[in-house]
Design a protein around this ligand. Structure first.
Ligand code: GLU
Length: 378
């Protein structure tokens, strides 16, 4: 066996994946604690989408605001550690609520707390990615927030906008939906100018967009600027971003039906090209894997993952998560991708079937040496 059957994400039959980010101002009814009715409405739509074959990843803010309500605080404290404490307290309520509402639709949730550092560290990136992939495979809804106890990026600036974009990169989402209390991005602040025009569609990452961004609201940290930047980041792995009003009735279902709402920011290069570019520029290659003829054929023709059995030699010194090149027997580059095992581990498992990995190494991280999702074939 040369290839993995466990080829979850890529190929013709890949299910679409949506990262849905809901901001604090929406979730907490402008500061009056969690808006359970609104949350029930989004959950109902997400459950319906999940049943229709869309993989849903929820990025939810609202922990600080929910914690403030539990503590009876009416004003957001200035001290970061107080906001962090509120987040730790409020996160409990947030998760309790999501789990109980999703259960009405026979769906479970998984709490995933991440930081920006987690996703820039290759090992943690791969671990987070592996966990998320498994959670999605189990048909469970990941509910993601920043780990506010150990990081303050989203508390201070992002209101999870940038975290959501990083998650979109992580799961290689097709779409990032940013639900907000505005109708989208306008060319001027619509709260100040009645003649402001809605930007219906634009290229993510265009510099001009930033000049349209106004100030952020008082409750959530993220204004339009963080949303525009998030769209630019999400576009790198090929995701389009919708900035829409979360209060529009059945907004998620309507977007799924193809209705145009709010602002759509699309990757400049097109989804597939953007994703390939993202992988190609992700990092310098740290080593080479030499493939046998069968593996070369399978990568080129079947679009599957690379298993250890198809590799004849390992060159270089690399760690799990590093970029490596895959070469044919004449040294031509066939593909490159992010490797699941270090060079030391790879040398031990090459030439062997994946079900032998555990007996050779004493553990198994993944059946594939490079998962198809993490590979660009030339
Ligand atoms: N992670 C924070 C939260 O869930 C971000 C939003 C905020 O600071 O209000 O509350």
């Amino acid at each position: 066996m040369m290839v993995s059957k466990n080829n979850l994400n890529k190929g013709q039959n890949k299910k679409p994946c949506w990262v849905i980010k809901i901001g604090s101002a929406l979730l907490t009814a402008d500061g009056k604690g969690l808006d359970e009715q609104a949350i029930a409405g989004w959950v109902k739509q997400m459950a319906q989408l999940q049943n229709q074959g869309v993989r849903i990843v929820l990025v939810s803010s609202g922990a600080v605001a929910a914690g403030m309500q539990r503590l009876g605080w009416t004003k957001r404290p200035h001290a970061l550690h107080q906001q962090q404490a509120a987040a730790a307290i409020g996160q409990m309520g947030l998760i309790q609520l999501y789990e109980s509402v999703f259960q009405q639709y026979d769906l479970h949730t998984a709490q995933i707390l991440l930081t920006h550092e987690d996703l820039s560290n290759r090992k943690r990136y791969l671990n987070a990615r592996g966990t998320l992939r498994e959670v999605l495979k189990l048909n469970v809804i990941p509910v993601i927030n920043e780990n506010d106890t150990v990081a303050t990026d989203e508390i201070r600036f992002g209101d999870n906008d940038s975290l959501a974009a990083m998650v979109a990169n992580l799961v290689e989402a097709d779409r990032l939906l940013i639900l907000t209390d505005q109708d989208g991005l306008f060319d001027r602040d619509p709260r100040k100018f009645s003649d402001a025009n809605l930007i219906k569609q634009a290229e993510a990452g265009s510099i001009e967009l930033e000049s349209y961004a106004g100030d952020s609201g008082s409750l959530g940290r993220g204004g339009m600027l963080t949303k525009i930047r998030a769209a630019g980041r999400a576009a790198r792995s090929g995701a389009s971003t919708h900035i829409v009003n979360g209060r529009t009735e059945n907004i998620l279902l309507r977007l799924h039906e193809g209705e145009a709402h709010g602002t759509l920011l699309v990757p400049t290069a097109g989804r597939v090209a953007a994703r390939k570019q993202w992988l190609a520029t992700h990092m310098q290659s740290c080593g080479d894997l030499l493939l046998d003829r069968g593996a070369v054929k399978v990568l080129r023709e079947s679009g599957r993952s690379l298993l250890p059995v198809g590799v004849t030699a390992v060159h270089g010194d690399f760690a799990r998560g590093d970029m490596v090149r895959c070469l044919d027997h004449e040294g031509r580059e066939v593909a490159h991708g992010l490797v699941n095992y270090s060079s030391v581990e790879a040398r031990k498992i090459i030439g062997h079937a994946s079900d032998r990995i555990e007996s050779i190494l004493g553990y198994v991280d993944e059946a594939e040496l490079i998962h198809r999702d993490n590979m660009v074939v030339f």
